[in-house]
Design a protein. Structure first.
Length: 340
């Protein structure tokens, strides 16, 4: 009687600690009933509490992304057309050579910005390769090392991949999902995204310079009041000078032509875009220099992650040839040395 009860308890314990690995399908004997365990054969990580998920908001997210991409494309087209219409007559009125040079610079910047935008927005950000899983003879030892099971895609997810709910798929080396390009920034299009940011930044700086130059030429003369003649202003207080100057600027702005109003709009919008782009580009280059992505930076926490800070990371990222990159100096952070 006692023996049968002991057998029953042993059988229950054995049943509780026998789990099946999703990666290779082998039955594993676990020392305890852990909710998450790793297979000793294929290396796959199983989370017993995870359940299959279905994303209901995928269609809404795709519609939002398409709207953002349309707005960004339209904005870039407006800046290009507005810039051409307002600046070209002024530049050509100065000299024919400067006009031709300006046309060439505009064409190069426009082509590079629109091409890199297209590549970043419409190229797949990094689809993980299809790998076989589920049965022991097919999956070899360590084939699924640290792989987890994506509950949305229902297939293996590598440690370098993340599932993007806006794209509805796993993305390799995912940095972030950018609504302005309506796409993830991942292994395949990260470089195009950075070149797009650099190209847009250079283009907006050029727009600001050329629009300011054209504005200087077509701005109506400042109208000072009789009491506020420039010579009198020179001897007055700072607040009075600022007040009179702003009144004069506003007075002449009222006489601006349509071309002048568009120039003011172009200057304000390009400077605003420059500020945002500079912050984003600086942040992105810092992550690349650290050998990380935005998501790996978030998951690494306060210790700074496992990546090594090195200028070679930037060189590798932009795909410079080894013969060129080996002549570059290597700067390593002091924090990394201390950790060693
Ligand atoms: Zn396994
Ligand atoms: Zn997935
Ligand atoms: Zn995405």
């Amino acid at each position: 009687m006692i023996d049968s009860a002991v057998d029953h308890v042993e059988a229950t314990i054995r049943e509780e600690i026998e789990k099946i690995c999703w990666g290779c399908g082998l039955r594993l004997l676990l020392p305890s009933n852990a909710p998450i365990f790793k297979c000793g054969w294929c290396g796959a990580v199983t989370n017993q509490h995870a359940q299959k998920r279905k994303d209901k908001s995928l269609r809404w997210r795709r519609w939002r992304d398409r709207c953002f991409v349309s707005v960004v494309s339209l904005f870039m087209l407006c800046i290009l057309c507005g810039g051409v219409w307002t600046v070209h007559p002024v530049v050509f009125s100065i000299s024919y050579i400067s006009g031709i040079f300006h046309c060439l610079v505009t064409a190069v910047l426009a082509v590079s910005t629109f091409t890199t935008f297209g590549l970043a927005a419409f190229r797949c950000a990094g689809r993980p390769p299809n790998i076989q899983w589920g049965s022991y003879p097919v999956v070899g030892k360590g084939d699924l090392e640290d792989y987890t099971f994506c509950l949305y895609c229902c297939k293996p997810k590598s440690p370098r991949s993340h599932h993007c709910r806006s794209c509805g798929m796993c993305i390799e080396d995912m940095d972030h999902h950018c609504p302005f390009i309506g796409n993830c920034v991942g292994a395949t299009n990260h470089r195009h995204f950075i070149i797009f940011l650099i190209s847009t930044l250079i283009s907006t700086v050029y727009v600001t310079i050329m629009c300011s130059y054209a504005g200087w030429h077509i701005w109506p003369p400042l109208r000072f009041t009789s009491l506020a003649h420039p010579y009198i202003l020179a001897s007055g207080s700072t607040s009075r000078v600022v007040r009179e100057l702003s009144h004069a600027l506003l007075g002449s702005a009222m006489l601006l032509s349509t071309r002048g109003i568009i120039l003011v709009y172009l200057i304000v919008s390009s400077v605003s875009v420059q500020i945002g782009l500079t912050i984003l580009l600086w942040q992105q280059l810092c992550y690349i220099y650290e050998g990380q992505t935005y998501l790996s930076h978030l998951s690494s926490g306060a210790d700074g992650g496992s990546g090594e800070r090195d200028c070679q990371n930037l060189v590798r990222f932009f795909g410079c040839p080894y013969s060129f990159s080996r002549h570059l100096p290597i700067f390593r952070s002091s924090r990394k040395k201390h950790r060693k």
